[in-house]
Ligand binder design. Structure first.
Ligand code: API
Length: 283
C-alpha cells in the first residue's frame, strides 16, 4: 500500500505524521515497524496519527506510537508538530485546537509569531498513579517532593516520579553531558517498579530558571528532546525547591520553555515545530 506522510521534528525529537482522516491507515504490525525503522523505512522517534475526534467537544484525536511500536498516552513535542501539521494541511482554520489523547484533552496553540504553546495536563504526583511501586522503599522528602531510591546497575540514584499522562522518573545530575544516560537510562526504563516502564530524565540545574535535560525515552531510547520529559523535570524541580516557573529547558536538539503554577494546575510547554519534508512510502 502507498502511504503519504510528513516528516517533522520538535527540537530534534522526530516524527512521522500521518493524516488518517483522508487516507485509510490499516497497517499490519510489520508495516508499522517498517514505517518507523530508520533503515528499512522512514524512521522516527514516534509516529503520530491524526484522526477525527470521538467526543463532540474536540477538534481531533491524536494517537502516538513509539519507535518500538507501542502506543502511548502523550507526546509534548508531538503536540506542537500536530497543530502545525493540521494547520498546514488545511484540516482546520483554528489556531487553538482541542485534541483528544489517551491521557485526556490537550490544547496546542499556534501563536501569531509562529511559536507554539501547548496546555498539557495537570501532572499526576501520587506515585501509585504514575504508576510507580514504592512498596518497601524509604522515600526522601525534599521540599514538596519525595525522592525514591533506585539502583540501576548498582548505581544509587534518587528519582522524582511524575506522570504527564505518560510516566517519568527524573533525577538531578551535576553534568548531563557526563551522566551515564546510555548505561542507566535503559535500566531505569525497564525497572520493574514501573509496571508501564518509564521515561528516564537526567536534569542539570543551571539556575532557578534554566536547566539542561537529557531523556532516555520509553520505547525510543535517548531522543534529542522530550516535551513531556521537560514538563516532568520542571515540575520535579519546582517541587524540590530548585526552580521557579517559567523554566528554560535546554535539550540536545533545541530549547523548550515550561511554565507551571503549582499542584492542581496544568503545565504549559512552548517550543519549535518544523516540517522537514513530505513523502510517500510503499509498505
Ligand atoms: N516515549 C514517550 C512518548 C513520547 C514522549 C516525548 N517524545 C515527548 O515529546 O513528550 C513515552 O513512551 O511515554
Amino acid at each position: 500500500m502507498k502511504l503519504k506522510f510528513t516528516k517533522m521534528h520538535g527540537a530534534g525529537n522526530d516524527f512521522v505524521v500521518i493524516d488518517a482522516i483522508n487516507q485509510d491507515l490499516a497497517l499490519t504490525p510489520e508495516q508499522w515497524r517498517r514505517l518507523g525503522d530508520r533503515r528499512f523505512g522512514v524512521g522516527a522517534d514516534q509516529i503520530l496519527v491524526v484522526q477525527k475526534p470521538e467526543g463532540a467537544d474536540c477538534d481531533f484525536r491524536y494517537r502516538i506510537f513509539n519507535q518500538d511500536g507501542g502506543e502511548v498516552e502523550q507526546c509534548g513535542n508531538g503536540s506542537r508538530a500536530f497543530v502545525k501539521f493540521v494547520t498546514e494541511k488545511g484540516l482546520t482554520d483554528k489556531r487553538s485546537i482541542r485534541v483528544e489523547t489517551m491521557a485526556g484533552v490537550i490544547t496546542p496553540r499556534l501563536e501569531d509569531d509562529g511559536a507554539i504553546t501547548v496546555e498539557m495536563s495537570v501532572p499526576v504526583l501520587e506515585p501509585a498513579l504514575v504508576p510507580f511501586d514504592s512498596a518497601g522503599l524509604a522515600g526522601v522528602a525534599e521540599g514538596r517532593d519525595t525522592l525514591w531510591p533506585l539502583a540501576p546497575g548498582g548505581q544509587a540514584v534518587l528519582v522524582s516520579v511524575v506522570s504527564m499522562g505518560n510516566p517519568h522518573a527524573v533525577q538531578v545530575v551535576a553534568d548531563v553531558e557526563r551522566a551515564p544516560v546510555p548505561e542507566t537510562g535503559p535500566l531505569i526504563e525497564s525497572d520493574p517498579r514501573f509496571p508501564k516502564r518509564v521515561n528516564a530524565g537526567f536534569m542539570q540545574v543551571l539556575g532557578r530558571g534554566h536547566v539542561k535535560l537529557r531523556v532516555f525515552e520509553r520505547g525510543a531510547g535517548e531522543t534529542l528532546a522530550c516535551g513531556t520529559g521537560a514538563c516532568a523535570a520542571v515540575v520535579a524541580g519546582i517541587r524540590r525547591g530548585l526552580l521557579d516557573s517559567p523554566v528554560r529547558v535546554s535539550a540536545r536538539g533545541g530549547e523548550l520553555s515550561v511554565a507551571w503554577a503549582g499542584e492542581g494546575a496544568p503545565v504549559f510547554l512552548s517550543g519549535p515545530a518544523v516540517t522537514v519534508y513530505e513523502g510517500e512510502i510503499t509498505l
